[in-house]
Design a protein around this ligand. Structure first.
Ligand SMILES: Nc1ncnc2c1ncn2[C@@H]1O[C@H](COP(=O)(O)OP(=O)(O)OP(=O)(O)O)[C@@H](O)[C@H]1O
Ligand SMILES: [Mg+2]
Length: 418
């Protein structure tokens, strides 16, 4: 048998963050050489540099995890070149994220029968490039009655951009007066009017490959306490469904690192925002869930690289999903189960967990030791210093130490119970 050694390089494409990249770098080192067949695989990581590139330049990164390119276009185009010319594996496809922003994502999941709140797209208040299209708009644009549309959607409603993100341009509209004010202010943004869901729980799911964590989210809280640490906050049915929606969205669009926001009322799950190309994984927002997220990112990266998983480039055919959606003999729940089966197939779920068991069973224990160690505390302290003003350092250090310490305790007692 041959004894090849193959080294795989994971690139990190980053914004201002230092916390999760340091964690990822530390945890990736714990993976160690992995044997598959006659080949020994080693994994390395490097932060991606930004510079001019010839379209034919070599690309050393076999995979890139991206937290930047949605907003920063030069490296986004480099990612596309790397995928198209060098087969670089991208956890998030910039191709589909550009094609499938919030609006298309609503349409697609509505077609699948998911409980998307009633949503209407209204024309621009101030059409872009208006002079050029004056003839068209005079001849073809139907006049419309904004008040009548809002009445149909019902008050209060949300007005938000069709391609939104980061609360840009989002407003809650309580009456006619604020409707017109918000619309006038929308200017060059193309807006949805969306019915409000009065929810019991805001569930935010983060999915990384086949792994999903559904978290109890409080959007009104400041960033550091938006994720509450509440286990089993949903009924069994709603818990299964939130997890399923997140996985199905990702499988449908070909995303492997994405967060999905759902409003849950009783057992009903209403997805409202699920195209988040560069989901937040900062330790200062995820805290308790941060070690899980980093472990999942490392595990999924290792799995893809060592097993030679090929990434899909472009927008995939939704037909298999639509065939299920259009089947009049299936109930909502049966459809969700069938989509979930497709998603599990897409992410090799069963094979993945077996592979992790065979190759990375040591990892959770090592991560636990690391999170309990002074090295992690230093990472936390550096992050707190870089994120908050000096007079708040002590308060936030205690806050995050408490939450990550709680995770350590919970993991230790889970292990003890086994
Ligand atoms: N239909 C709705 N019913 C109730 N609340 C809503 C609805 N749509 C939006 N919201 C509220 O407005 C917030 C922002 O909306 P949305 O997530 O769609 O915008 P966004 O720009 O993607 O924001 P973010 O980046 O913070 O997720 C949501 O977190 C939620 O609290
Ligand atoms: Mg949102």
């Amino acid at each position: 048998m041959s004894n090849d050694v193959r080294s795989h390089l994971v690139g990190l494409l980053l914004g201002a963050e230092e916390d999760w990249p340091r964690a990822f770098e530390a945890i990736l080192k714990m993976v160690g050489p992995l044997k598959a067949g006659g080949t020994t695989h080693t994994l390395e990581t490097e932060r991606v540099r930004i510079h001019p590139f010839d379209l034919t330049d070599d690309v050393r990164h076999e995979m890139v995890i991206d937290r930047l390119a949605y907003w920063y276009y030069h490296p986004r185009e480099w990612l596309k070149k790397a995928a198209l010319m060098n087969d670089t594996y991208l956890l998030n496809s910039p191709f589909t994220f550009q094609a499938m922003e919030k609006h298309s994502a609503y349409c697609a999941m509505l077609r699948l029968g998911m409980k998307i709140p009633k949503t209407v797209l209204v024309p621009y208040k101030n059409p872009v490039d208006n002079v050029r299209w004056a003839y068209t708009s005079a001849k073809y644009n139907d006049p419309f009655d904004l008040d009548a549309i809002a009445d149909q959607v019902g008050y209060p409603l949300y007005m938000k951009p069709f391609d939104g993100g980061g609360w840009r341009g989002v407003s809650r509209v309580d009456d006619r007066e604020s409707l017109h004010r918000s619309y006038d202010e929308s200017g060059n943004m193309l807006m949805h009017l969306q019915a409000t869901i009065d929810y019991d729980h805001f569930a935010r799911a983060l999915s990384i490959g086949p792994e999903t964590m559904v978290m109890d989210f409080r959007p009104g809280e400041p960033m550091h306490s938006r994720y509450a640490v509440t286990h089993n906050f949903l009924s069994q049915q709603a818990g299964w469904e939130t997890e399923t929606v997140s996985k199905v969205v990702n499988a449908f669009f070909g995303w492997e690192f994405n967060s999905c926001e759902m409003l849950v009322r009783g057992d009903d799950v209403h997805p409202i925002d699920y195209a988040n190309a560069c989901p937040d994984v900062a330790v200062t927002s995820l805290h308790y869930y941060f070690p899980w997220a980093m472990t999942a990112l490392v595990r999924w990266s290792a799995y893809c690289l060592v097993t030679g998983r090929k990434s899909f480039i472009g927008v995939r055919s939704p037909r298999a999903y639509f065939d299920i959606a259009d089947d009049p003999d299936r109930s909502y729940l049966e459809k969700m189960q069938a989509y979930r089966a497709l998603a599990d197939q897409e992410f090799d779920s069963e094979h993945y967990w077996q592979w992790c068991e065979d190759n990375l069973s040591h990892l959770p224990e090592r991560v636990l030791e690391w999170v309990a160690s002074p090295a992690f505390d230093t990472l936390l302290a550096d992050t707190v210093r870089a994120t908050y003003p000096q007079h708040e350092h002590e308060q936030f250090m205690a806050h995050f130490r408490g939450l990550t310490g709680l995770w350590v305790k919970d993991q230790q007692s889970l292990r003890g119970a086994r």
